[in-house]
Design a protein around this ligand. Structure first.
Ligand code: SF4
Length: 82
């Protein structure tokens, strides 16, 4: 995985309580996000979580776009130091 070798690895944190169900994250990064048909909110795939907070990793060279563009500020990302 080239992006891992170059240090491009981010933690993504998702506050599900804030999600307004716009679907933007799932259209930007379908490899990480799907929409829950029952409550209309996003699901962060392969995440660990407790309550409404979930965390996953994203092998990206830049801050994952959904963290910058989520209109509800439900997604944050920070670079993982290796
Ligand atoms: S972009 Fe944000 S508000 Fe929209 S579905 Fe994803 S987490 Fe929810």
């Amino acid at each position: 995985m080239q992006s891992l070798e170059t240090g491009g690895l981010f933690y993504i944190e998702y506050n599900r309580k804030r999600c307004i169900g716009c679907g933007l994250c799932a259209s930007i990064a379908p490899e990480r996000w799907i929409m829950n048909e029952k409550d209309g909110k996003a699901i962060l795939l392969q995440a660990r979580g407790k309550g409404h907070m979930f965390r996953s990793q994203a092998p990206e060279l830049q801050i994952p776009r959904e963290a910058r563009e989520c209109p509800a500020s439900a997604i944050t990302a920070r670079r993982q130091s290796r």
